[in-house]
Ligand binder design. Structure first.
Ligand code: NAD
Length: 266
């Protein structure tokens, strides 16, 4: 799908990757852009820059996702492309993370995509056209060693996109899932504070939010389900698929080495 002339909503559009997506979609000639974020002032600043509509959103509540869709539709007509990009890092560590952290990550990283699909699919199926795009992560394909919460919820987000893509492709509804590794945003800064996460992210190479926007435009043009801004992720997936035990050994080694280097430097 070409962006030109389209009505596009981006959640988490006030910062990081979302902001770069909005700027690029504007350059590509989107007809109407909606910047939705829990940071209303940030959304307003971004919307002001591109002549878009700012909407305050809590992506972790279905009523708020529905209200966003209603407001965007009332302002600009049917939504052509909905980019469910808002995400939260969850908590570092494993199953000991508090239920509150699990709950927030399930809601924002997974259910927000479900709620958007639930609200939009009936009208998209009726029109025989529409595009649902979710930002998941390479953590949803390969595992994020520093955070079980993030890894599990991003795996669920990838699975959701795959399911939708299989089910609805023949009805004219396109689905894409963006799966970057490390991207220089405020969320990454947090992950880089933890030595194991920092080692894993750095090993994949860090890119800029604008690089993710470039990949999105290419991926949309090809209507590709899996959009991988980091070239090496496809190779890591192939390796994991071809020899999962060897891949796990490599991941364990990466964790051990990062912990040893951290304790030596302390
Ligand atoms: P970020 O923290 O820089 O920006 C996230 C934006 O989402 C912020 O503007 C924030 O206000 C908004 N947001 C957070 N929770 C919200 C909620 N409940 N309701 C509405 N808005 C909310 O993060 P980012 O790095 O730009 O992340 C964007 C997406 O990319 C996320 O889904 C993230 O998981 C994913 N991602 C990021 C990286 C990375 O390295 N930065 C890598 C892979 C995937």
């Amino acid at each position: 799908m070409e962006v030109s002339g389209r009505h596009i909503v981006v959640t988490g559009g006030a910062g990081g990757i979302g902001r770069a997506l909005i700027r690029r979609l504007s350059e590509e000639g989107a007809r109407a852009l909606v910047v939705a974020d829990r940071d209303l002032a940030g959304a307003q600043a971004m919307a002001g820059e591109v002549g878009g509509l700012a909407v305050e959103l809590d992506a972790g509540r279905e009523s708020s996702v529905r209200a966003l869709i209603d407001e965007a539709t009332a302002a600009h007509g049917p939504i052509d492309v909905f980019i469910s990009n808002a995400g939260v890092p969850g908590a570092l560590g494993g199953p000991e993370a508090a239920d509150e952290a699990w709950d927030e990550a399930w809601r924002v990283n997974v259910m927000a995509h479900v709620w958007a699909a639930r609200a939009l699919l009936p009208q998209m199926l009726e029109r025989g056209e529409g595009y649902l795009i979710n930002t998941a992560s390479a953590a949803g394909l390969l595992t994020q060693v520093s955070s079980l919460v993030y890894s599990v919820t991003k795996h669920a987000a990838v699975s959701l996109a795959e399911w939708l893509s299989i089910e609805y492709a023949d009805s004219g509804v396109r689905v894409s899932c963006i799966c970057p590794q490390g991207v220089r945003t405020p969320m990454l800064e947090l992950a880089m504070e933890e030595p194991v996460g920092a080692a894993a992210l750095a090993s994949g190479g860090l890119i800029e939010p604008e690089d993710v926007a470039d990949s999105l435009i290419e991926g949309m043009r090809d209507e590709r389900m899996l959009i991988l801004p980091h070239e090496n992720v496809a190779g890591f997936m192939a390796f994991k698929g071809s020899d999962p035990e060897r891949w796990l050994k490599g991941m364990r080694r990466l964790v051990r080495n990062a912990r040893a280097a951290d304790s030596n430097s302390a």
